[in-house]
Design a protein around this ligand. Structure first.
Ligand SMILES: Nc1ncnc2c1ncn2[C@@H]1O[C@H](COP(=O)(O)OP(=O)(O)OP(=O)(O)O)[C@@H](O)[C@H]1O
Length: 266
């Protein structure tokens, strides 16, 4: 089943059309990179999937149901700027995500439930490589470590969909590479659908199983807001995909390689 489906969606602010007639199906478990020029509506698209904004026209569904008009635990988000609680330690930040999930009114757990949540939080803290920093406050963490924490916080809710808005944009190249190495196994392990906005094409292609580009196809010089961006490229990089990818050689799977070897020997 398709996880996310956008049918004829538009986003308009007053008389400015930002997104125009967006139609896309994103399969469950895909890693979709979203690229495009500044101001073309990438973050707006992400905010619509998050539930922070409603499309002005068209429908957006998650697993066949209309997306709720507000953020929910089924969708996690990580922004470019660190969005963690500054007054809580690393461990407490992740624990808070579990507590709010399990006890939305009080935001607190007690006794055995709290201990179980703390165990899960520590496991997640370890899995993003922050074990040695669990008792530190965010102000004592580097930028990359704060982004690891933001990712752990988002994962604590076990979201079906993880939305990443230029998550590594503020990091130096070395830390970025570390974050890439961290994110890919986490995505596989958690079986989430990921939608990541990025300005870095190399990042888009190395992490994504699919890369989509938004851009305006029509421009009215007299009225810049008259036309919105559409999806101008949609490249499926998944080697199992039945659709060939133009311009990309697809790595052969081991069975095909073995069959080809056997044929050449025969
Ligand atoms: N709340 C709002 N009210 C009015 N206009 C808005 C609002 N939010 C976004 N816009 C406009 O929508 C357009 C798309 O913005 P958006 O942030 O989605 O672009 P983007 O592609 O993510 O840009 P960037 O790559 O620079 O982050 C911009 O022209 C922006 O000014």
């Amino acid at each position: 089943m398709s996880a996310i489906r956008a049918s004829g969606i538009y986003m308009e602010y007053g008389d400015q059309i930002v997104l125009e007639d967006i139609n896309i199906e994103i399969a469950s478990g895909a890693f979709v990179s979203v690229v495009g020029p500044s101001g073309c509506g990438k973050s707006t698209f992400l905010r619509m999937v998050l539930g922070q904004e409603r499309p002005t026209r068209g429908t957006l569904t998650l697993d066949g149901d209309p997306l709720p008009g507000e953020p929910g635990p089924d969708r996690g988000v990580v922004f470019q700027r660190y969005s963690v609680f500054p007054h809580l330690t690393v461990a407490q930040n992740v624990l808070a995500a579990y507590e709010f999930d399990a006890s939305p009114l009080l935001g607190k757990l007690f006794g055995a439930r709290r201990r179980a949540a703390m165990d899960k939080a520590m496991h997640l803290v370890e899995s993003v490589g922050l074990g040695p920093h669990a008792q530190k406050y965010p102000s004592a963490l580097s930028g990359g470590q704060q982004q690891r924490l933001a990712i752990a916080q988002a994962l604590a809710k076990e979201p079906k969909v993880l939305l990443l808005d230029e998550p590594f944009g503020a990091l130096d190249p070395g830390t970025r590479a570390q974050m890439h190495a961290l994110l890919k196994p986490l995505w596989r392990e958690h079986g989430m659908t990921v939608i990541m906005v990025t300005h870095d094409l190399k990042e888009a292609f190395s992490l994504g199983t699919r890369v989509i580009a938004f851009d305006k196809t029509r421009i009215d010089p007299q009225a810049p807001g008259r036309y919105g961006a559409r999806i101008t490229y949609d490249l499926d990089l998944d080697p199992r995909s039945p659709v060939p990818v133009l311009g990309f050689s697809r790595p052969l799977d081991p069975v095909t390689i073995a069959q080809e070897k056997a044929r050449s020997v025969a």
